[in-house]
Each structure stands twice: as C-alpha cells, then as structure tokens.
Ligand binder design. Structure first.
Ligand code: ADP
Length: 470
C-alpha cells in the first residue's frame, strides 16, 4: 500500500515534471535545428541569387551582348545545378529556361513568385510540398529592364536536409530518453530506500500495537528514517516499562487489599465464635475499624487516580487555614510514630495562613507525605515537619532520616505506578496524586533525597495576599 502511494506521488510530482521538461527541450531543440538548417539553405540560395542578379545586371548594361542569350547560357551552365535548380520566369509566370533542361509546358505552382510580385520587396519564398517533394523556392524579380524576363527562381529539394534534421532530433530524443531512464533508475533506488524501511517500521509498529513489546528495529542509516527507528524503539521501551509498572501495580494493589481483608475476616471469625470477653471485643472491633479505614482510603486514592487519568478530578475550593490542616495531619500520625519507634517532630508556626484550597485534598497531601516519611524510614529514625510562612507563600517540608531514594529513581518517583522500593507496601500512585493536587492549587512539590541518608519533600503553596497574617 505504502509503496504504491509513494511511487504514485513521485510519478505525479517529480516524474511528470521531468518528463514535461524533457519533452519541451526535445521540441525546442527540434525547432531550433530545423530553423538552423533551413536558414543555411536560404542563405546559400540568396547568395546565389545575388550573384546571378549582379551578372544579369552587367549583361543588361553591356549593349555589345545579347541579354537574353547570355541569360540563357547562365541558366544552362549554372554551376550548382546538381543541387539547385535555376529558372528564368517570364512575364506571365511561364518557365522560359531552366538549369535542369526540362522546361515544363504547364505553368508551375509558384507561391514565391506571386509573393515577390505582390509584396513589393522583389523577393518571395516558399517552403512546401510540390509533387510529393518538399522544396524551398526563392524568387527574385529581375531589374534588368528586359520585358521578357520577369524573375529568376531558385529551387532546392529539402528531402536530404529533412533527413538530416530527423537524425539530429532522433539523437536529441535518445539523449532525453537516456536522461529519463537515469532519473527513473536513480529515483526508484531512492524511493525503495525509503519505502522498504518504512514498510519494516510499519510492520514493527503493528506488532507493538498487538502487544509484542519485545520487538526492536535495527537502525540502517543515521538519517531521518534512522531517527524514526530510534523513536519507535524508545516508544516500545517506554511501553514495556509502563506495562511492567502496571502489572506490578495490579499485584501490589491486590496485595494491599488482601492484607486488611485477611485481618478483618480473621477478627470477624474470632468475634463470632462465641467465647469473647469485653477486652477482646474492643480490640477486635478496633482492628476491624482501622483496617476498614485503611481499605477505604486506598480505594479513595485509586478513585482519585482514575479521576485524574480521565480528567474528572475536581476541587472544592474555599478559604482554608493551612496551618490547622497541617497540624491535624501531623497529629493523626503521632500515635503511630510512637508505636513504630519513630520520632515525629513538629513545631506549629505562629498565626494562620489562609489560601483558596480544597480542605480535604490538601490534608490528603500532607497525610500522604508524612505517611511516606514514616513508611520509608526505620526504627529510631526521625521525621521532622517544618512549616514556614513566607511573604505570599506557605512552605511545608517533611524531612526524614530514612532509607532515601537513589539518584536514578528520584526523577521518576512522582510518576504513576512508580515504586522505587518494592519491599514496603504501597501502590506507587500516592505521590502522583499529591503532586497533581498541589499543582491544582498553584503550588509545587519537590523531592530531595540521598540514598541511605533520608528524604526531604518540600511543598510550596501560594497564599491569599490580603488574608495573609502572622
Ligand atoms: P507508594 O504507595 O509506593 O508509597 P508513592 O507514590 O507515595 O507510592 O511513592 C513512590 C515511591 O517513591 C515509593 O514507592 C518510594 O520508593 C519512594 N518514596 C516516596 N517517599 C519516600 C521517602 N520519604 N523516602 C524514601 N522513598 C520514598
């Protein structure tokens, strides 16, 4: 399909133009060659005519010679009679004497004679076929005062000249055809050097589309086609990385969902077995509630993510004191930090910072970042939450002394499904959602980290100018 289309386009565009140019050149050179040859013939006839005319002039002025008999001799002994016929034409257009020796009885067809008489220029010319022979005829009126002889006429057959012209035109045509063949050959080589790789690229792209993400294209040349091969290979690599991330995401999400479900089911069975005291009932119900909470926040996160993906993630903006939201979020984790032997440090800033925000979503961001800081650190580590009120912005930083992120993973942790560490629970979408929420508030979320030393996540949010206070 591609071959046909491209070749046809080339035929329409380039080849048609080159063909038109070659045809024009052949026709133009044919016209030039014809004009050149005919002009040569005409000039040699004219020089003969002028010569004979001057002879006749001399005879007419010399009273010692008989003009007519001298003219007759000149015609009969005409030097070039093998190639050119010379005739003396009488007053009524009859041939008086001719160098061929065969005076025709009938009047000849002589448009050149008529032209010479009518044009007032004393010469006339005719090119055309007479008795199936192409001729060039020139008539020159005589100025001798002899009443009997009106004009001298010169006739040359163009058969040989035309043959010569045909030969030259044939040669030019052959050269034109050779040029065309060369163009066709070199262009078809060029086209196939595009069409074949394009076909290969198309076939590979089709296989990738059908799910075979392992195919790769070999790069033949370092040109635009080579660049296209590189891009397709890059696309396949990115697709297979995404595919792998997606599979890992499904497996980690399934795992994440199963763990709380197992706990809920276990406690449910225990509590319904009958022999349950008040303390056990309390403990069981607490686990069931907190695991249910965990499940529903995970499902919420997944729903948020899906809303971001299909562009239906909306915000419910209102005036919010961010300091209060941050303090609430930190408070939520104090119990867990103590239980897991982490130090959670937080000094609440003085005053309040007001901004247009979605209260729940903003709290979700703080919760997510603090949760990560606790999750990706170990027993004895410290998580420090700092808040700074700057002119026009509110900067929250959550720093941990945890496991850190490698420089290779750091640029990717904010992308969906990306998990730099597979040993800890998580779906890999928390940071992607948090980043999107902060972005929708006109802020930014930056991560700095050193493997083995810890991570600092900095969130910068714009404040409402007039409401800012400290
Ligand atoms: P997850 O649900 O896996 O935590 P996130 O999107 O929240 O997903 O984070 C993406 C990845 O970034 C995590 O898998 C983890 O490897 C890395 N990461 C995030 N926060 C931290 C942190 N405070 N310390 C070290 N690694 C972190």
């Amino acid at each position: 399909m591609a071959i046909k289309q491209l070749t046809r386009r080339w035929l329409y565009n380039s080849f048609a133009v080159i063909l038109a140019i070659v045809i024009t050149l052949v026709l133009a050179s044919a016209a030039l060659v014809r004009a050149y040859y005919y002009n040569n013939v005409r000039q040699s006839m004219m020089s003969q005519a002028n010569y004979v005319d001057s002879l006749l002039m001399r005879y007419s002025e010399d009273s010692s010679v008989d003009y007519y008999s001298q003219l007759r001799r000149t015609v009969e002994d005409f030097e070039l009679k093998e190639r050119m016929e010379l005739m003396a034409i009488g007053l009524n257009g009859q041939v008086l004497v001719t160098s061929s020796g065969f005076e025709p009885e009938d009047k000849l067809y002589m448009p050149d004679f008529e032209q010479a008489k009518e044009s007032g220029q004393s010469t006339g010319e005719f090119i055309g076929s007479v008795n199936q022979e192409k001729i060039m005829a020139i008539t020159m009126l005589t100025d001798s005062g002899n009443q009997e002889v009106e004009a001298m006429r010169y006739v040359v057959s163009l058969t040989l000249v035309d043959q010569q012209i045909v030969k030259v035109i044939a040669l030019v045509t052959i050269v034109g055809m050779a040029i065309l063949l060369f163009v066709i050959y070199s262009s078809s080589y060029f086209i196939s050097s595009i069409v074949n790789p394009v076909g290969r690229i198309g076939e590979t792209a089709r296989r990738i589309a059908q799910g075979d993400l392992s195919v790769r294209l070999s790069k033949a040349n370092d040109d635009e086609i080579g660049d296209l091969c590189d891009t397709i290979n890059y696309m396949a690599e990115e697709l297979s990385a995404t595919e792998q991330m997606k599979n890992e995401f499904i497996s980690s999400v399934s795992h994440e969902l199963r763990t709380p479900l197992t706990a809920i089911k276990g406690w449910g069975e225990t509590l319904t077995s009958g022999e349950v005291d008040q303390e056990m009932l309390q403990k069981g119900m607490h686990v069931i509630l907190s695991e249910t909470e965990r499940l529903s926040s995970m499902v919420e996160e997944l729903l948020d993510f899906s809303r971001i993906q299909n562009g239906r993630f909306t915000m419910n903006f209102g005036k919010v004191d961010i300091v209060a939201e941050l303090s609430d979020a930190v408070l939520m984790f104090s119990e867990r930090a103590r239980r897991d032997n982490r130090t959670l440090e937080y000094t609440e800033p003085e005053g309040f910072a007001v901004m247009q925000a979605d209260r729940n979503r903003l709290r979700q961001v703080f919760v997510n970042i603090i949760d990560n800081a606790l999750k990706y650190s170990d027993s004895g580590d410290t998580v420090t939450v700092t808040a700074n009120l700057l002119p026009g912005s509110f900067v929250v930083s959550v720093a941990d002394t945890g496991i850190g992120i490698s420089p290779e993973d750091l640029p990717k942790v904010k992308t969906k499904f990306y998990k730099a560490n597979s040993t800890r629970r998580g779906s890999g979408i928390g940071l992607a959602v948090a980043d999107e929420i902060v972005r929708m508030h006109g802020g930014s979320l930056d991560i700095a980290s050193k493997l083995g030393e810890g991570t600092t996540v900095t969130i910068t949010l714009p404040l409402l100018q007039e409401e800012k206070s400290s």
